[in-house]
Design a protein around this ligand. Structure first.
Ligand code: ATP
Length: 607
């Protein structure tokens, strides 16, 4: 899979902040490893092509092949020209980059299993779900882009979020990792803005004939999306580039570590959708001549539980009420995550309008059954060998290895590299260039093994990650089972299969009980050494973290929602859940809409 040098060793020129550009010294053991790895298929080279990578910029004409790769955030967006009318003409090169290629995620055969969870919707008003994109009332340009993305039907979180946003509600949405939450908020937001963009957007010179010497404008976005990590910001930007294709909506991304100047120049060309990490956003917000939030119609907080946790308070306050932020009632707020502790759910409520809608797919913090989870007992001193054996014993596949420290990250990367494996690594002490290169190498399978600290756990969406290995399990001091759920959620995304193997030893006692509960809930095997961690009644797990008892969290804000209650049962049964029955939604499941009509809340019925 990796790009091997002449003597069979991965040249590893990119994506490797910790290692030099040299090959490991060949000794007998390494030579044998390399031969064995080659035999297994690890040595099928995949050409490394930056242009083929989502996130790469279309290089200017005349640029050398050896030119520095662009920052993920400088990726090409559709260049609108005011002469275009409603929908712009196709751009074959951009379309190829945005919508085609091996590196793009494809929905897996278990997509229907996403429908196996109970969906719980609470709110004074609860718009009925959409059963397909065609009948969701989406703008034609957006609909065309959804098709180009290959999204044939909405996932449950999309079914419920799309109508809630289209009908103007604030939303708190919680659904499993890899279940399409990004599109769940982008699709309705962008659809609502398309067609109105000309009227709502700040005046700006014709973007198609932009002259930087004379035409710079202040950025006045209509949408702000904030998320905790740089890589996630770039990924949301990519999804936005796809969904804004052939429209005048112009997405931009700002994030730390990459040059602010290039980001400022992008904003000066006009910005309708701004995706940002909090630190860089604060920097830009401090200059109101450069960035104004007065036109904002939507603010989205992605990975909201992380953003509401300690350390981000100042940023969150500024985002919600600082600067010149539009504080009129026409500003909608949305929060999304796969996990949401009781404390952060309470905090979330303080930021939302009274009539907000809360959508929950499955238990908060639950995970999929199509991640095959295994726990191996491995002492600290035996972890390196166990890791190599585990990787070596399987087929060549994209593998993500999580460790708990930057030091360990470098060390494990070096260890695997010196064993002849095509590996790279990422952690927060690396420069942003190194982080982006590592991710590109992983995405393109130039380096199909990535060693990472938790910095990568949230949100990362890479196609074909088949195996997540917790070389270290997260400790309870560092988000414990919440981080575990995010980490293993890097595999088995959007209906694909995946495997998660964790090394456990006496040092991990603290997470043992939570781990067993998750294994039980997702019907995985419990190893003997964890038997004593089993809850008293495995059929009736008490989570003790508020995830199974949250009716009170949203208290007054949700008005009479609890009485209505039609959803929890309604959709759980309706969507079936196993492969054969899942999409009986058509005949059985959507009768739950009748459940809505029967709701005591009249307004719901009228939607
Ligand atoms: N309706 C759909 N059909 C097929 N694929 C989809 C659909 N919606 C989204 N996807 C794809 O599913 C993948 C996962 O989506 P996304 O990253 O938004 O998940 P998520 O729920 O935000 O996960 P996480 O909690 O880990 O951040 C993406 O590659 C996205 O392009």
């Amino acid at each position: 899979m990796s790009d091997f040098g002449e003597n069979g060793v991965n040249a590893n020129v990119n994506g490797d902040g910790g290692q030099a550009d040299t090959q490991p010294p060949i000794n007998k053991e390494l030579a044998e490893n390399l031969a064995a790895l080659k035999e297994k298929g690890w040595n099928n080279p995949i050409p490394f092509n930056y242009e083929a990578v989502v996130g790469a910029a279309v290089k200017p004409e005349g640029a050398d092949a050896g030119d520095e790769p662009a920052w993920l955030g400088s990726a090409a967006v559709y260049e609108w020209d005011d002469d275009f009318g409603e929908i712009g003409p196709e751009n074959a090169a951009l379309e190829e980059q945005l919508f085609r290629g091996e590196h793009l995620m494809k929905a897996g055969i278990h997509l229907k299993t996403l429908h196996g969870f109970d969906v719980d919707v609470k709110g004074v008003e609860r718009p009925p779900p959409v059963r397909d994109f065609e009948h969701a009332g989406l703008h034609p340009a957006l609909m065309a882009n959804v098709k180009l993305c290959g999204y044939h039907s909405p996932t449950p979180i999309q079914m419920f979020t799309i109508p809630a946003v289209l009908t103007g509600h604030d939303v708190v949405a919680i659904a499993q990792t890899g279940s399409g939450k990004t599109a769940a908020y982008l699709i309705p937001i962008l659809s609502k803005l398309m067609g109105k963009a000309k009227m709502l957007a700040a005046p700006r010179p014709n973007p198609g004939r932009y002259n930087p010497a004379t035409d710079r404008v202040r950025a006045e976005p209509l949408v702000l999306v904030v998320c905790p990590t740089r890589e996630l910001a770039c990924q949301i930007f990519d999804e936005c580039r796809r969904l804004c294709y052939r429209t005048m909506l112009r997405p931009c991304v700002i994030y730390g570590g990459a040059p602010a100047r290039a980001q400022r120049e992008q904003l000066e060309m006009g910005c309708d959708i701004l995706i940002a990490t909090p630190g860089r956003l604060m920097d830009f917000m401090s200059n109101i001549d450069r960035l104004s939030l007065a036109r904002l119609k939507f603010t989205v907080i992605d990975e909201a539980d992380e953003m509401l946790s300690t350390g981000w308070e100042e940023a969150m306050d500024k985002i919600f009420s600082g600067s010149d932020t539009n504080d009129d009632a026409d500003h909608t707020y949305l929060m999304f995550s796969a996990t949401f502790s009781k404390e952060t759910r309470k905090l979330a409520r303080e930021y939302m309008e009274d009539g907000f809608v809360k959508i929950k797919v499955g238990r908060v913090g639950s995970t999929h059954q199509n991640i095959k989870q295994e726990i191996h007992f491995v002492e600290e001193s035996a972890k390196n060998d166990a890791l190599f054996d585990l990787i070596f014993s399987g087929d060549p596949q994209r593998t993500l290895v999580f460790v708990n420290s930057k030091f360990k990250c470098d060390a494990v990367d070096d260890f695997l590299y010196n064993k002849g494996l095509p590996v790279t690594s990422i952690h927060s002490d690396r420069t942003q260039r190194e982080r982006e290169d590592a991710l590109r190498s992983f995405r393109t399978a130039r380096c199909p093994i990535l060693v990472a600290t938790g910095v990568t756990a949230r949100g990362l969406d890479v196609a074909n990650v088949k195996h997540v290995i917790n070389y270290d399990l997260p400790s309870t001091q560092h988000d414990g089972i919440t981080e575990y759920v995010h980490r293993i959620g890097r595999t088995a995304r959007i209906g694909n299969d995946g495997r998660a193997t964790s090394f456990y030893n006496d040092r991990n006692e603290d997470i043992g009980e939570d781990l067993v509960k998750i294994l039980l809930e997702s019907k995985q095997e419990i190893p003997d050494f964890l038997e004593d961690k089993k809850p008293a009644d495995p059929e009736n797990i008490e989570w003790n973290d508020g995830t199974d008892d949250e009716d009170n969290d949203f208290g007054g804000g949700l008005g009479g929602a609890e009485e209505a209650g039609g959803f929890e049962g309604g959709f759980g049964g309706g969507f079936g859940g196993d492969d054969s029955a899942g999409f009986q939604a058509d005949d059985g499941g959507f009768q739950a809409e009748e459940g809505f009509a029967a709701d005591t809340n009249d307004k719901v019925a009228s939607w």
